[in-house]
Design a protein around this ligand. Structure first.
Ligand code: G3P
Ligand code: CA
Length: 301
């Protein structure tokens, strides 16, 4: 399969499929990860949550999201949030169908080329590992813990989720093919302590309305003013990778981060012109809902 030998650990560019291939298949499902591997991504980007019976599953939201979830009777979930994942057993969770976007939503308009996969379930992390193994795909896994200092009731505590994640990675023997990422840097600090060989990716979101780099609750107590810049702060925290939202990235910041020895991995980049610009700046990888477009952008260079 094309591209599978280009792992990020070699220093090569890291082409990452966001939530598998969200632009082409239902997010964070086995069909989306299968499609990403067929496209030849280097890395599968995915998010994890934990069920009531302690199983790590792949979900962006801590709850079943009504924009793409139907119950066992085929009815769309109502309201803004379905049941919390941590309130359901794996069997209860996997009774829901997450293979299609509800058509009357803006999410459906955002991803018009997402191919429905009726019957798709929220997969376990282990199922994703097994899918890659069954395809003999040497992909990496960039795994994000979805834990929330501002909504602690939505997920298990960061130390519980992080320890479960490291145990699952060890059990699968995939320590050399995993990156742990989080906006909640408590996860990353713990992962570095417990499994120092696994690289950590420090996620940052800096927009008009949100900036986790300025909130010590998210940065495990680190204060931006003590470091002077986000790359210096990530370096001081022990990160291997800085993963900013692409809109907040500038070429001087790429240079600064790389001069500190950090890799720069922006998210979530879907427009070809932005891909071209970031590639020209020399970023170390890109996370995209459309890894097929990203391959084309790389081929243009
Ligand atoms: O990998 C970073 C990116 O996935 C973060 O955004 O909200 O899609 O998890 P989100
Ligand atoms: Ca993510």
């Amino acid at each position: 399969v094309l591209g599978l030998a280009c792992a990020a650990s070699t220093g090569a560019f890291d082409l990452e499929g966001h939530r598998g291939t969200r632009g082409l298949a239902p997010e964070n499902t086995l069909p989306a990860f299968g499609r990403a591997m067929s496209i030849g991504v280097d890395t599968l980007e995915l998010d994890v949550a934990m069920t009531a019976d302690g199983v790590l599953v792949v979900s962006h939201d801590p709850f079943l999201n009504p924009i793409h979830t139907r119950d066992a009777a085929g009815q769309w979930l109502e309201g803004k949030r379905g049941p919390l994942i941590r309130s359901l057993t794996l069997a209860q969770l996997q009774a829901y169908d997450v293979g299609r976007i509800r058509p009357d939503t803006s999410y459906a308009k955002t991803f018009p080329s997402q191919q429905p996969q009726d019957g798709a379930r929220v997969p376990t992390l282990k199922q994703v590992f097994e899918l890659a193994r069954s395809r003999r795909a040497l992909v990496r896994f960039n795994i994000e813990t979805k834990v929330y200092p501002d909504h602690p009731e939505d997920s298990d505590p960061p130390e519980v989720v992080t320890k479960a994640l490291l145990a699952a990675v060890r059990e699968a023997g995939l320590q050399d093919r995993v990156t742990v990422q989080s906006f909640d840097w408590r996860t990353l600090q713990l992962a570095q302590k417990l499994e120092p060989a696994i690289p950590t990716a420090y996620l940052t979101v800096q927009t008009r309305n949100s900036d986790n780099t300025r909130d010590p609750a998210w940065t495990a107590g680190l204060k931006l003013e003590d470091y002077g810049s986000v790359p210096k702060m990530v370096k001081a925290a022990g990160g291997a990778i800085w993963s900013p939202n692409s809109g907040a990235l500038t070429e001087p910041l790429v240079r600064e981060a790389q001069s500190l020895g950090l890799k720069v991995l922006p998210w979530t980049v879907n427009e070809p012109a932005e891909m071209d610009r970031l590639l020209a700046w020399g970023v170390d990888g890109i996370i995209s809902d459309y890894p097929d477009r990203l391959r084309e952008a790389m081929a243009r260079r």
